[in-house]
Design a protein around this ligand. Structure first.
Ligand SMILES: Nc1ncnc2c1ncn2[C@@H]1O[C@H](COP(=O)(O)OP(=O)(O)O)[C@@H](O)[C@H]1O
Ligand SMILES: C[C@@](O)(CCOP(=O)(O)O)CC(=O)O
Ligand SMILES: [Mg+2]
Length: 387
């Protein structure tokens, strides 16, 4: 018995960090995915272990099911219809189960992802032996939502084997879940994100679950229909950083300067609202495509200035901003910042030569540039032969 799920990464067009404090943000899925394959052994396999293979990292973890039962009692008949939060005590047990796997020091940031895996697996499937294989097209820890894509794809594969999901087996290829199934899956993925991020807003798991372009505020989403073909250059500064630490840093600054920061968050809220309305408004009604793009560029620059105010920019990000400005292109960081990825709007009428020149200029500084399809489907499951 095997199932394969995939969940997309995302870009945040405006509102990261502020969204954790109640402001509106705008995000879109991108066509780079994390894949999770779940396989239950047959009796002839005679395997009583829970195995997690992180293929891209060449890492494999294994726990005897009996050991998990001993450490995490009470999950014999899990109720996966309600997403349960990991308590502080359970988090300590998970951390100990992960620690005994001796993750190499250079890859130790993966530990929180492995804890999230153990929580989601045992809470949804209980004490069944299985092998889970993970691969990803997303750079990890770069602001493109790899943590959420991991939690969403994992929740999808796990729930696909529960009674709560009814998959129409007559379909072939990548298949979407029903709306109520997505709601449950998203709640479980959020519980995983909490283990990795500490205090996530929920925007990343939500956009990875539902896909498309969304406006998100205080836990609820509004789908946006774009009337503007959006092209973004994504530049990975390759400076590693950790979302949990950056989110905590903004919260500490908010405690020190509550009043000033509330104005910053309010300004971000207005920027996101304006951005969403520009993207949605019919072309030509009010504004032409270039006029809309000019407004978006200005809003991106304003949002970047406010992210700097929050303390989450970085010298590498500033280098990207200066470089793209030489070509009169506007950029902003995306995701948690502190390094990671930067977005640059590529206007529809921009010549290919300029796009090539800015790309080679950025790459000569050691950055990596790419584009991605924006606003595609959210999480899906694969039915049929090999994919
Ligand atoms: N494919 C994966 N396998 C295991 N853990 C993952 C995977 N993708 C993400 N993670 C977890 O998420 C963390 C990165 O998340 P985060 O710092 O939020 O950055 P981002 O979500 O922007 O990539 C990793 O350190 C790891 O714990
Ligand atoms: C900074 C934040 O707004 C987005 C984090 O995205 P990422 O993990 O850096 O891809 C945090 C959140 O909304 O949970
Ligand atoms: Mg993340």
């Amino acid at each position: 018995m095997e199932v394969k799920a995939r969940a997309p990464g995302k870009i945040i067009l405006s509102g990261e960090h502020a969204v954790v404090h109640g402001s509106t943000a705008v995000a879109a899925s991108i066509d780079l995915y994390t894949y999770v394959t779940l396989r239950f052994p047959t009796p002839s396999d005679d395997d009583d272990n829970l195995k997690l293979q992180l293929k891209d990292m060449a890492l494999e973890f294994s726990w005897p099911i009996g050991r998990i039962k001993e450490e995490l009692p009470g999950l014999g008949c899990p109720d996966s219809s309600i997403a349960t939060s990991c308590s502080i005590e359970a988090a300590k047990v998970l951390a100990a189960l992960v620690e005994e796997q001796n993750i190499p020091e250079a890859k130790i940031t993966l530990a929180s992802g492995v804890s999230a895996f153990l929580w989601l697996y045992t809470s949804i499937q209980g004490y069944k032996p299985a092998t889970i294989v993970v691969t990803s097209e997303l750079p990890i820890g770069s602001g493109l939502g790899s943590s959420a894509a991991f939690c969403v794809a994992l929740s999808a594969a796990l729930l696909a084997f529960s009674d709560l999901v009814k998959i129409d087996l007559s379909h072939q290829g990548w298949v979407m879940f029903a709306e109520d199934e997505l709601d449950l899956l998203n709640k479980w993925a959020f519980e995983g994100e909490k283990i990795i991020h500490g205090r996530p807003s929920g925007i990343d798991n939500t956009v990875s679950t539902y896909g498309n372009l969304i406006k998100f505020r205080s836990g609820s989403l509004t789908r946006i229909k774009s009337n503007l073909p959006l092209k973004m250059l994504i530049t990975n500064t390759k400076v590693g950083r950790n979302t949990k630490a950056l989110v905590a840093g903004v919260s500490e600054r908010t405690l020190r300067h509550a009043n000033a920061m509330s104005f910053v968050f309010n300004a971000v809220d207005s920027i996101s609202e304006e951005l969403a309305s520009i993207i949605q408004s019919p072309i030509g009604d009010d504004l032409s495509v270039p006029q809309k793009e000019e407004k978006i560029e200005e809003l991106m620059e304003m949002n970047q200035g406010l992210l700097q105010c929050m303390g989450v920019s970085h010298a590498s990000i500033e280098t990207v901003l200066r470089t793209t400005l030489k070509y009169k292109l506007a950029s902003k960081l995306t995701g948690a910042g502190g390094g990671g990825c930067v977005l640059t709007l590529l206007p529809n009428l921009l010549s290919g030569t300029i796009a090539d020149r800015v790309t080679s200029d950025l790459e000569s500084s050691g950055f990596q540039c790419f584009t991605a399809g924006i606003g595609g489907n959210g999480v899906e499951i694969y039915l049929g032969g090999s994919s």
